[in-house]
Ligand binder design. Structure first.
Ligand SMILES: Cc1ncc(COP(=O)(O)O)c(C=O)c1O
Ligand SMILES: [Zn+2]
Length: 362
């Protein structure tokens, strides 16, 4: 198995510590996983490792660092609305799906120390799995990142560097360190192993329901859950387990929507936008590095891209809290977007929403 550059098609061994190709293109994995089938699910594992036959990482290493991630429950809020409780993960967000696989890979190729930038959840997750794997870890977060998230990252023995300025600038500072000090970039956007983990979101939904709901909502910042969901669905299509793609509805922040803007003009790269502050800080990504890949999926599968109404996020959060579902603002933004969008559409369609992050972290 090799990495292949998404821009110039150059290949590289996956043992490389280079964060991206020399041309600037991001790596993809040059590999086809086993056809998804019920018989290849390893049911003794009551966690994500039950899908190890579809994930290209050493399962012995994964078992050593696993925190029991995955197999999150689904809750039916009403006849047409299913919520997948991905905040019930070891570090309280869906990022554990990707981090477990990525850090197992890091340990396998002998990485001793990593850096990563994050609005908080991905950093938390990488920090936890690094602690488990005995890998040193430094996390860069933008100023204004939640104190609770910072506290939790530190509790996993990671160093935290708070960078003044935007989330995009924070990523630039971290990448500079990768360039100048040759650190391993254990990043959820750059490293394709992360998506091998996030695709299990769909595997779990399919295994539990035996079908895929008609509408699937997904928050869209850098697209780590989005790309994972697309990979998972393409696996189900290839295996003949679903006949067509469901309607995917990607949710951006009203105040930071480079993909939604690009789609308006059918552009192939994210739009240059002005960002203003948003409660949905987890998806406030002005320059999503996998933008062209995300836009390819959007056009290929007629995905809708909508924005979360900023002035309805707090109310949406309170509404779910009143149903005993306590989520962070970025996740409430997905729910606010769902309420607005579904009002104007067919009413008798089943929708699935991911509950990505826990409210306690805010
Ligand atoms: C709670 C929450 N939801 C959604 C996202 C969006 O993920 P992505 O930026 O990979 O699209 C994040 C990312 O940090 C997050 O923390
Ligand atoms: Zn290249």
């Amino acid at each position: 198995m090799k990495y292949i550059c998404s821009r110039c098609n150059k290949t590289e061994d996956i043992t490389t510590h280079k964060p991206a190709c020399e041309c600037g293109g991001l790596w993809k994995l040059d590999y086809r996983n086993n056809k998804f089938s019920n018989t290849m699910i390893v049911k003794e594992h009551w966690n994500m490792m039950r899908y190890k036959n579809f994930i290209p990482v050493n399962s012995k290493t994964w078992a050593e660092i696993s925190l029991g991630e995955g197999m999150t429950p689904m809750v039916r809020l009403n006849k047409n609305l299913l919520l997948k409780m991905d905040y019930l993960m070891p570090t309280l967000s869906f990022k554990d799906r990707g981090a477990a696989v990525l850090i197992a890979h890091c340990r396998d190729i002998g990485v001793k120390s990593v850096v990563q930038d994050s609005s908080g959840n991905a950093g938390n997750s990488i920090a936890a799995y690094c602690a488990r794997a005995g890998i040193d870890c430094e996390i860069f977060v933008p100023e204004g990142a939640s104190e609770k998230k910072i506290e939790m990252i530190k509790s996993h023995n990671a160093e935290v560097t708070v960078v003044p300025g935007s989330r995009d600038h924070c990523a630039d500072v971290c990448r500079k360190k990768v360039q100048t000090e040759g650190k391993y970039y254990a990043n959820h956007v750059y490293n394709p192993f992360f998506y091998e983990g996030t695709k299990t979101y769909i595997y779990e939904v399919y295994e539990e329901l035996k079908y895929i709901p008609q509408n699937i909502y997904v928050p869209l910042g850098n697209g780590t859950l989005f790309i994972g969901i697309m990979k998972g669905l393409e696996d189900l299509l290839a295996a003949g387990l679903i006949e067509k793609m469901p309607q995917i509805i990607a949710v951006q922040s009203e105040n930071c929507a480079p993909i939604a803007e690009a789609v308006k003009n059918r552009e192939k790269t994210p739009a240059d936008i002005n960002i203003s502050s948003t409660l949905a800080e987890g998806i406030a990504i002005g320059r999503p590095m996998r933008g062209p890949e995300i836009l390819d999926y959007i056009y290929k599968y007629s995905i809708d891209v909508i924005t979360a109404p900023e002035n309805r996020i707090s109310k949406a959060k309170a509404e779910l809290a009143a149903e005993e579902i306590y989520i962070e603002d970025t996740t409430a933004a997905t729910y606010a977007a769902y309420l607005k969008y579904s009002q104007s559409r067919e009413s008798n369609v089943e929708s699935l929403l991911p509950m990505c992050g826990a409210g306690l972290k805010k």
